[in-house]
Design a protein around this ligand. Structure first.
Ligand code: ZN
Length: 137
C-alpha cells in the first residue's frame, strides 16, 4: 500500500559544514535562499544538535516551495552535504527512511529520533522569516 504524499506537512533542508571555509559557503547558501524563497531559516548551530552529526542550520518550508528550492540547492549547494527530509510526524522514518541527500550523506544519530507523535515527533508549523525580492533577488 502506497503512502500518499499528502501526509507530508512540510520539509526541512539541513545544510552541514565541518570547517571554517565550509561554514562560509554554508552562510552564502543561506543568503542565497533568503533572497529567493519564502522559508523559515533556523538557528546557525556551530555544534551537533539532535540527530545531526555536524554543525548545521535548518531550512523549513512548505510543500509548494519544494519545486523551486530543491532544484536550486542541487545547483548551488557549494559542495556541502545537504539533507532533505519530509515531516510527517514520524521523525525516525522522516530522517532515516524517507530522506534524500545532496552531496555526501552523513550518518545521523538515530537514538534521538522518536517515531510517533506521542513520543514528541510532532511537527512545528513553518513560520517564514525571509522576505524574497526585498534585496533584488
Ligand atoms: Zn529536520
Amino acid at each position: 500500500m502506497a503512502e500518499p504524499a499528502s501526509t507530508i506537512t512540510s520539509y526541512h533542508a539541513h545544510i552541514y559544514w565541518s570547517s571554517p571555509a565550509e561554514r562560509e559557503r554554508a552562510l552564502a547558501v543561506r543568503e542565497g535562499i533568503a533572497v529567493r524563497f519564502v522559508v523559515q531559516l533556523g538557528t546557525i548551530h556551530d555544534r551537533n544538535v539532535g540527530p545531526h552529526p555536524r554543525s548545521m542550520y535548518q531550512v523549513a518550508f512548505t510543500p509548494d516551495v519544494f519545486p523551486g528550492l530543491v532544484p536550486w540547492l542541487l545547483l548551488n549547494r557549494q559542495e556541502l552535504s545537504v539533507l532533505i527530509h519530509p515531516n510527517t510526524g514520524r521523525a525516525r522514518d522522516d530522517h532515516l527512511l524517507h530522506a534524500a541527500w545532496l552531496g555526501a550523506p552523513l550518518r545521523l544519530n538515530a537514538d534521538t529520533l522518536p517515531n510517533s507523535l506521542e513520543d514528541g515527533g510532532g511537527v512545528s508549523p513553518v513560520v517564514p522569516n525571509t522576505n524574497p525580492g526585498s534585496n533584488g533577488g
